[in-house]
Design a protein around this ligand. Structure first.
Ligand SMILES: Cc1ncc(COP(=O)(O)O)c(C=O)c1O
Length: 288
């Protein structure tokens, strides 16, 4: 095992406990930065290309140059993962617009971005497969949730409200349509068909979402990306949440009411099996 808390900050590997940034960092002052969370199975980053593509899109959307090449990122991830003992980990990376000398809203003329990577243990395969409870709440966030921005105050408040209500996650809606979870993508199953909201600027293009849709396609499970209304969610046969750290998890209750018969459904069980096989294949070094 390596040091369990090694991180990368601006070109150097160091102990997380001794990593320091300036209070003038624009990530700290304004939330002016973007991030990614990448699961590593058996030390192998899962869907690395897709995560780097989404990172590039987030950076382009906030007019920040990508500080590293794909190869550069890959090397940093390998180093951080190895230093933290390899195996199953969740890599977190963040890029901010750096720390200029003065706090002004407009972009600084010149400042080096702050680049930070850390990792933490990833929950075991199927750790959330027994099911989660959700609340249904109005989506209070801004109109560019397709950017994976570090400014997550609404997500934090919505998640905390869900926890205070005895649930695990908040499912969000805007103008009568489901958008996504506070930190997850939403799926439902109705009459044997899988559905998830189509991508638009009001939600994050989840990488796990992409994987689930690919698995559905490969295994002949019908699916559609389409608007999902509130009533449809409440009366669905199955509801799932997905994310890099949760994989895919069934929602058993929404605001206390059971989803379907209140236990993980058969379509979820099939998807969970396909996902676990993919995870195991990745850990063995073959990324199908
Ligand atoms: C708001 C939001 N939507 C969706 C997701 C799922 O994205 P991914 O599957 O890439 O983890 C996340 C992940 O954290 C998220 O924060």
């Amino acid at each position: 095992m390596g040091n369990p808390a090694t991180c990368y900050l601006n070109g150097e590997l160091m102990a997380l406990a001794s990593a320091r940034i300036s209070p003038l960092d624009r990530g700290f002052l304004f939330g002016d930065g973007v991030y990614e969370v990448i699961p590593c199975y058996g030390g192998v980053p899962f869907r690395l290309d897709a995560h780097l593509r989404r990172l590039a899109n987030s950076l382009a959307a906030i007019d920040l140059a990508d500080p590293l090449s794909a190869r550069g990122w890959t090397e940093v991830f390998e180093q951080v993962c190895r230093a933290n003992g390899g195996g199953d980990q969740s890599l977190y990376l963040q890029v901010t617009r750096g720390c200029p000398e003065r706090r002004t809203h407009e972009f600084p003329g010149r400042s080096e971005p702050t680049v930070f990577v850390m990792s933490s243990p990833l929950p075991a395969a199927g750790a959330f497969a027994d099911g989660l409870h959700a609340t249904l709440r109005e989506d209070l966030r801004w109109a560019r949730c397709d950017i994976k921005a570090v400014a997550l105050l609404p997500n934090v408040l919505l998640r905390q409200e869900a926890i205070a209500a005895g649930a695990d996650e908040a499912i969000l809606h805007r103008d009568g349509q489901i958008t996504e979870g506070a930190a997850s993508t939403v799926f439902l199953v109705r009459d044997g068909e899988l559905a998830t909201p189509a991508l638009h600027p009001g939600l994050l293009p989840g990488i796990t979402r992409e994987v689930i849709l690919e698995l559905a396609e490969q295994h002949g499970l019908p699916f559609r990306c389409r608007p999902i209304g509130l009533d449809e969610l409440r009366s669905a046969d199955e509801v799932w949440l997905s994310s890099a750290t949760k994989e895919v998890a069934p929602v058993l209750r929404i605001d206390g009411d059971p989803v379907g018969n209140g236990s993980p459904g058969p379509v979820f069980a099939a998807m969970r099996g396909w996902f676990t096989r993919l995870r195991e294949a990745t850990a063995r070094g073959r990324q199908p």
